[in-house]
Design a protein around this ligand. Structure first.
Ligand code: SF4
Length: 372
């Protein structure tokens, strides 16, 4: 037997821990076992029950086992035998903002009533034909709330009711700039179980207002912060992610956002810092600064990402064959980070009857091994 090469060892305050990335087994061990596992001297373990336990937890494994195979198999299962469907819908590519870094072309179209029926039919077909047990509806744009009443609400209510009838777990989530939220919309959101939100602030107020403004609005920081508070108080079991876009210029000010929100809702807000992609070459230089800023948020009552150890058998949710990004014109993609004007990114189209018609790109992506 040998120690798994996916064990991670940690010692703190004279206590020892081991975590296995394949099984997610995390346990405290004594110093003797810690030494044995690190050195791979498994023959020194004489307790047969302990040996079985360690093997079941994949902390140790057979000498000739190529552990990479377990990851490859888990990845294949995630890709081709996944009973979770994730459908990202874009009611429009248009937006009420024009952020300087936005990669999208803000075409002024939106999902027609006929296309809405095709999308609903497609989702129902998917649930029935692929044995789906969990359905994630995910709204994206452009700004999806520009078409809340005529697109988001009718599709959500139809899919929610179908999932309830079929005993399928239903999750409704949205990425929105947060400007169009009203008390009336919140009441409708509760009816369609729209609970998971990602809303972006572009740094502290002075920076945000220079990026996120519209034709009839000087800045939007105060309104968006107010709307986030409305959602936190008005949506049952809200899952609120406030994404903070940072750049080398706004980085030092982002912790001032922490005092913008009232204390009673801070525990409902998960803070997600994200480097604006045009500055990705700077990421190593500012990692420590971000870690310090997140400690400020954490100390003031917000949720922040723990120092979690990834268990990486899939790289991206788009690897799941039951994941689709559907534009308002019914063209299908595998990723939202695309210029949707360019046809070569499309992997197919949803027919008027709600049938997915894949093209050559779809098969190439699905069968690609490039994540390895
Ligand atoms: S709010 Fe989002 S979709 Fe709208 S311009 Fe900014 S980044 Fe683009």
């Amino acid at each position: 037997m040998k120690s798994s090469k996916y064990n991670i060892y940690l010692s703190a305050n004279e206590r020892f821990y081991v975590f296995n990335q394949l099984s997610s087994d995390l346990r405290e061990i004594d110093s003797e076992l810690n030494e044995v596992l690190i050195r791979g001297e498994i023959e020194k373990i004489k307790d047969s029950d302990l040996l079985i336990d360690l093997q079941n937890s994949h902390l140790i494994c057979e000498d000739d086992l190529q552990e990479e195979y377990l990851i490859l198999c888990a990845n294949k299962t995630f890709r081709f035998s996944n009973n979770t469907a994730r459908i990202t819908l874009m009611p429009t590519l248009d937006c009420n903002f024009r952020c300087w870094y936005c990669y999208e072309t803000h075409i002024e179209g939106y999902m027609s009533p006929d296309s809405i029926q095709s999308v609903i039919a497609f989702c129902k077909n998917l649930i029935d034909c692929r044995g789906i047990k969990s359905f994630i509806l995910d709204w994206f744009g452009g700004e999806p709330l520009l078409h809340f009443d005529d697109v988001v609400y009718p599709i959500s209510i139809a899919i929610k009711e179908y999932c309830e009838a079929k005993d399928v777990n239903f999750t409704n989530s949205i990425t929105t700039n947060g400007l169009c939220i009203t008390e009336e919309a919140i009441s409708q959101m509760n009816k369609i179980a729209l609970r998971s939100f990602q809303i972006t602030l572009d740094g502290a107020k002075e920076f945000h207002d220079r990026t996120r403004f519209s034709r009839d609005r000087v800045g939007s920081y105060d309104r968006i912060v107010e709307n986030i508070a409305l959602l936190c108080r008005g949506i049952t079991d809200v899952m609120m992610t406030v994404r903070i876009n940072y750049t080398p210029a706004n980085l030092q000010t982002i912790d001032s956002i922490a005092v913008s929100f009232p204390e009673d809702i801070r525990h409902k807000i998960f803070i997600e810092p994200q480097l604006v992609w045009q500055f990705k070459d700077n990421i190593n230089a500012i990692t420590d600064v971000i870690a310090n800023k997140m400690e400020v948020f954490h100390s003031l009552g917000y949720q922040t990402r723990a120092n979690s150890l990834p268990t990486v058998c899939s790289w991206c949710y788009a690897e799941n064959m039951n994941q689709y990004v559907i534009n308002y014109d019914l063209k299908v993609y595998k990723c939202t980070a695309r210029d949707f004007k360019v046809d070569r990114h499309s992997v197919g189209v949803i027919s008027t009857e709600g049938i997915f018609q894949p093209n050559q790109n779809y098969y190439k992506l699905l069968l690609s091994d490039k994540t390895f």
